[in-house]
Design a binder for this molecule. Sequence first.
Ligand SMILES: [Zn+2]
Length: 318
Amino acid sequence: MGRHHALTADERAARKGRRRVLEVLIVLLLAAASLVLGFSSQEAPTRGAGPGGGATAAAAPGPVAVDPAAFPAGGCVRLAPSGPGPAATVVLDAGHGGPDPGSEGTTADGDVRREKDLTLAVARSAAERLRARGTTVVLTRSTDELGTPLADDAVQDGALTTDASQLDLLGRVRCANVARADALVSVHFNSFADAEVGGTETLYEPERPIGPRSRALAQSLQTAIRTRLAAAGHTPLDRGIADDSSGAESGGGHLVLLGPRIPGYIDEPSAMPGALVEPLFLTNPGDLAAVADPAGTDAVGEAVATGVGEYLDGAQRR
Ligand SMILES: [Zn+2]
């Protein structure tokens, strides 16, 4: 954790502009594709039962609050599919946010990149791609702000208190459960004191009844992330998939997002298969360079969408 100046407003505006252009292009492409293909796809005509279940390619509606009474504006929002495909709901959880920047790294140019900004960029990128393949996406936070309502004393000395951090994590789990998601993917980035330490790792909880499915999701994500980064010219160390209690962010216990019910600590655990990705180390110069610009976060977002998509396709066959 630490602090530094964020991306400039200009950079953010430019990013937003490019995203808008991309969204419009994707919608146009999907519209063209549906005209060419007609509705011969077996899923398309029978869709539309649940919330956000429409399969039309035209003008997908904007974010809708899953439970506006329980979450602040921008927190726990549902994004309808933007294209046809098998119906599923996936929660993408952008790690950290607001007063909790997470870890950070400094690029060769001396620019600082914060974990909370990169996780949100990755989640948004993955969301657009999943929506295009018919998936309903729920974001635990869609802005810089945390998606969980917290008390005024949640921030002390410029940082989120331990109690507030726990409440924030439980809020993310509640969002996933209320949304009745088929899968939960939390996006984080790693850090370590030694800058030479780097690589790709994905965590999951192996012992719950959903453990085997969480493992399949984690493996699919790990493979997709490594494949996509390699295609972009970066081959980070393969740290593999690992038990969620082995990660630095878990402090030796289960991750709140993925763990089993622990009375008084996790009273209502996540009800669906889940995994937490740590695609790269922000403290490793080579790793950071691969994700420091929008092309990098978009590549990781694409990989997350690919990993989730392949998991969902496999789950349908089972
Ligand atoms: Zn993190």
